[in-house]
Write a protein that binds this ligand. Structure first.
Ligand SMILES: [Zn+2]
Length: 151
């Protein structure tokens, strides 16, 4: 393996450069090589990540969608439980560690480690996070009102 700046190899070594790890990344799913350019980063991991994001094989598409869904779901958690909830007329939870747990669940779901989770945050407030058949991560906040009657 040669070292040095791989972007500046002269033309007669073009053939070597074509196969050089410096300019291509490999999709993490289908192992297809893609040109990713020299400015992408030095680590093979970073280049592979870029190649995966660009790849249109079904597995890469699924992963890319999961990452996108995780970002959307994390935003929904802020909207439904965080300080942003107040803007929508919902009482914020004021429970930073509870919100962090919900976001960890989103990450686990987007990594396909979990299907769904229901968390009882307070006596009345429940959160449900679940992946739909379409691969969307749904966040639901449920407030339960309890009425007791004394007869
Ligand atoms: Zn691929």
């Amino acid at each position: 393996m040669s070292s040095g700046n791989l972007c500046e190899v002269s033309t007669h070594t073009r053939e070597i450069m074509m196969n050089n790890k410096g300019t291509t990344g490999t999709c993490n799913y289908c192992n297809q090589s893609r040109m990713v350019g020299c400015d992408i980063g030095d680590s093979t991991e970073e280049r592979n990540e870029t190649a995966t994001l660009d790849c249109d094989c079904p597995e890469a598409q699924k992963n890319n969608k999961a990452q996108e869904q995780a970002e959307i779901a994390a935003r929904r958690i802020d909207e439904l439980f965080g300080a942003e909830a107040a803007e929508k007329g919902i009482a914020p939870l004021n429970n930073e560690s509870g919100i962090q747990i919900l976001k960890s669940i989103v990450m686990a779901i987007s990594d396909y480690d979990m299907e769904s989770a229901t968390i009882q945050l307070t006596k009345r407030c429940k959160a449900k996070i679940a992946i739909t058949k379409k691969g969307e991560i749904k966040v639901t906040r449920t407030e339960t009102m309890q009425y007791e009657s004394t007869e």
